[in-house]
Design a protein around this ligand. Structure first.
Ligand SMILES: NC(=O)c1ccc[n+]([C@@H]2O[C@H](COP(=O)([O-])OP(=O)(O)OC[C@H]3O[C@@H](n4cnc5c(N)ncnc54)[C@H](O)[C@@H]3O)[C@@H](O)[C@H]2O)c1
Length: 354
């Protein structure tokens, strides 16, 4: 069993072991606050429900054997479900099913599920406990830890949300056996991001196994989030590649997979930062090597103007500036505020060199 303890506004464990779903109930019982009820709402998308939510599967069996009363809320898979409407519907379901503030939520799924379920947990009856059980590589390596929850709006991704830390994160890498290849690539992009941010040894670990590499990426995120839980400083580094990446996703109507967009975002940012003389050492070539090694497509479908316009509404915006996270040297990123009016030129420099 691999274990990390997260020291944030809530202290909680992140446990990783093959087959962990079968003993989930006991692990959960150990960490829930005294007085927490025996009733939980398992939130998942319909794909994950079919794979891991049915009553003969290890997690439900473990919960039922331990005497928990279990309700299920399953929503259509995909980013389109990450809306306030879904959260309202989930909270409505919980009210009708008489969930009280003594009960808790289990987020069983990928990042979409974790963000929806975590947000609902943070607002239902002014906040109830929740447990993250990530089933995608992205959710294991990134979204299930750190407590960011939220939903998308017309204006962009994750525009409404909270920071609400889970009580426990349980990672069972066995569930990756059913995850499609392109979803693995999505998660791998966040692991690679952690490598460029703080720990170059991650690249060697990838060949040893994705769960091992994910665990190292979690440690990178842990150190950053523990220092800056509410993203007033260092946590912004985790957005490396995401300003242009999110803009690309938005321009594509969310057809470009998140991981592919982030890889492109990191690459274009590195090229532009090098061109402007911001980076102490060239990194774009290293990022391109990784892009080629894992066959991520390079996307040049959108103009600098379109990407800059899409990025202008980004949460990384501060007044008339936007915070750009760029690679300074291997294993180290830095941040600069860029006037919004210069963003198009910045992205254009990246596109011209890609
Ligand atoms: N909160 C955070 O800190 C944070 C960080 C990064 C990303 N995110 C968010 O995470 C979301 C992306 O997460 P994601 O990539 O996990 O997407 P996702 O949750 O939509 O899952 C991707 C697909 O994989 C399927 N799936 C999940 N587990 C499976 C399994 N074990 N086997 C087979 N299929 C499975 C799902 O049904 C879905 O179709 C985005 O909304 C992003 O904004 C949040």
């Amino acid at each position: 069993m691999q274990k990390l303890t997260m020291h944030t506004s809530r202290i909680y464990d992140i446990l990783m072991e093959d087959g962990l779903l079968a003993s989930a109930a006991n692990r959960i019982a150990e960490v829930l606050p005294p007085g927490t009820g025996r009733k939980c709402c398992v939130v998942c998308d319909k794909t994950v429900y079919m794979l891991y939510g049915k009553s003969n599967k290890p997690l439900p069996k473990s919960l039922m054997d331990a005497g928990y009363e279990v309700g299920y809320y399953a929503f259509p898979p995909g980013e389109e479900s990450k809306t306030l409407d879904t959260v309202a519907d989930l909270c409505g379901f919980m009210s009708e099913s008489h969930f009280t503030r003594e009960d808790f939520i289990i987020a069983l799924g990928g990042g979409v599920c974790g963000d929806i379920a975590g947000f609902a947990a943070s607002v239902y009856m002014r906040g109830i406990p929740y447990v993250q059980i990530p089933t995608t590589l992205l959710a294991m390596a990134d979204s299930s830890i750190g407590g960011k929850t939220g939903v998308n709006t017309e204006a962009g991704k994750n525009m409404i949300g909270t920071i609400w830390q889970p009580h426990l994160v349980l990672i069972d890498p066995k569930v990756l056996e059913t995850l499609p290849e392109d979803e693995l690539l999505n998660g791998l992009a966040e692991i690679i991001k952690a490598g460029f941010l703080a720990d170059g040894t991650i690249f060697d670990t990838i060949s040893e196994g994705l769960p091992e590499a994910a665990f190292k990426a979690i440690q990178v995120k842990q150190a950053i989030v523990e220092e800056d839980e509410r993203e007033s400083g260092k946590r912004r580094l985790l957005n490396f590649g995401h300003t242009i990446g999110h803009a690309m996703e938005k321009c594509s109507g969310y057809c470009i997979p998140h991981g592919c967009a982030v890889m492109n975002g990191m690459y274009l940012t590195a090229l532009a930062a090098e061109d402007l003389g911001w980076s102490s050492e060239p990194i774009a070539g290293l990022i391109k090597n990784v892009i080629d090694a894992f066959a991520y497509p390079i996307c040049k479908d959108y103009s600098a103007e379109a990407l800059a316009e899409a990025a202008a509404g980004d949460k990384k915006r501060v007044s008339d500036n936007i915070i750009i996270v760029y690679p300074d040297r291997p294993g180290c990123c830095a941040m600069r505020e860029l006037p919004i009016r210069e963003l198009e030129d910045f992205i254009g420099r990246g596109l011209a060199k890609a």
